[in-house]
Design a protein around this ligand. Structure first.
Ligand code: 5AD
Length: 364
């Protein structure tokens, strides 16, 4: 793919806020195609055409937070709460390792009690021991103290994902109860960075009241804060939340298109970061993940959570329930990615190129 689509030549470092707004609201399908192609070209030239796998293990849906949009928020009585045992997590991690996944993500509801902090620390130690210290480990367990982040880093976590959900503090307030403060998320990201993690953040795309200006600000925020990894997905109203009335008019196509443009513009502005083609894209379109890869994403997160608990981790409706750990699931993944002209980075951790380029502290 040698052709550089015309209006986007050499744009990676020079897209201004108003350029981004303009490109986010593109109505013309041909211009949109060119934007997505330009992002794909930039990805091919910088991080290459390898898709890195992160085996996603949803360790628990017990959460102390009550985010208004989220299906597993604390006050949703319809959720059947679970917490995987250490052995169950270890089984999933071993499966990831044996299947050639270079990295795993332990994701779960937010808990900050000492027993949980210790449970995660001990689990990290065991994962490292039992997988020859070769698996990259990402945590996605919400807002924690600097001490906790430090403890988990010392026990072997390499990366941390903490979405801001939006970088507009007013909008953040609209979507969260008063005990959640935007400034604290910023502080958490600063701690993670100082400790030495590869730092990931992201936003939901298409939140009610979110403007193209807000989304352009989000992308520039990732750039200014030197973020290593970005995970963004479309907002999808959940029936057990205050957004249920939006469901009848919910425009899946529009949400998907806007999310793909966000991925493309993020790739153009931050060429060397890792960008995930998130599961929420797949919830809107069975090919959402492939479309994300074609728009500039380079990471996918196949879900390795045991089938028994899959249905209890519904952050939003329509979350795919595929069994991607099975040999058939893996063959499918290999085939779909191969058809895009990409290869899977089996056995590779897939650390973000951006991280290897930035100055930082190291693990003791
Ligand atoms: N639609 C899309 N994404 C959601 N998340 C939670 N609820 C929803 C929803 N209704 C995302 C948030 C959160 C992550 C765990 O899941 O971005 O950070």
């Amino acid at each position: 793919m040698g052709r550089i689509p015309h209006p986007f030549r050499h744009t990676d470092k020079s897209l201004s806020h108003s350029d981004l707004v303009h490109l986010l609201v593109l109505g013309d399908p041909l211009a949109t195609r060119r934007l997505l192609d330009a992002a794909y070209w930039t990805k091919s030239q910088t991080v290459g055409r390898t898709v890195y796998l992160r085996g996603l293990i949803e360790i628990s849906n017990i959460c102390r937070r009550n985010c208004f949009y989220c299906g597993i928020r604390r006050d949703n009585p319809s959720v059947n709460r679970y917490q995987l045992t250490q052995d169950q997590i270890l089984d999933a991690a071993r499966l990831a390792h044996a299947s050639g996944f270079g990295s795993i993500v332990l994701q779960g509801g937010e808990r900050t009690d000492a027993a949980f902090v210790d449970f995660i620390a001990r689990t990290l130690t065991r994962i490292r021991q039992e997988t020859d210290r070769r698996l990259g480990i990402t945590l996605s367990l919400g807002e924690q103290s600097a001490d906790t982040y430090g403890t988990w880093f010392r026990h072997g976590a390499d990366r941390y994902l903490l979405r801001l959900e939006t970088t507009n503090p007013q909008l953040f307030r609209n979507f969260h109860p008063d005990d959640q403060v935007y400034a604290n998320r910023l502080e958490c990201l600063a701690h993670l960075r100082r400790i030495g993690y590869q730092v990931g953040t992201g936003v939901m795309v298409g939140l009610p009241g979110q403007t193209p200006d807000d989304l352009a600000d989000d992308i520039l925020f990732f750039k200014e804060h030197d973020i290593d990894m970005v995970g963004m997905g479309p907002f999808i109203p959940h029936p057990d939340t205050v957004y249920a009335p939006l469901i009848p008019g919910f425009d899946r196509r529009r949400q998907l298109q806007l999310s793909l443009r966000m991925i493309a513009l993020t790739r153009l502005v931050l060429p060397d970061v890792n960008i995930a083609a998130t599961t929420a894209l797949q919830a809107l379109d069975p090919e959402g993940r492939e479309l994300g890869l074609k728009a500039g994403a380079n990471v996918v997160m196949p879900n390795l959570t045991d089938a028994a608990h899959r249905g209890d981790y519904l952050l939003y409706p329509g979350k795919p329930q595929l069994d991607e750990a099975s040999p058939e699931g893996q063959a499918d993944l290999r085939e779909t990615i191969g058809m895009l002209g990409e290869q899977i980075g089996f056995g590779l951790r897939g650390d973000p190129l951006h991280f290897s380029r930035r100055p930082r502290s190291g693990r003791a």
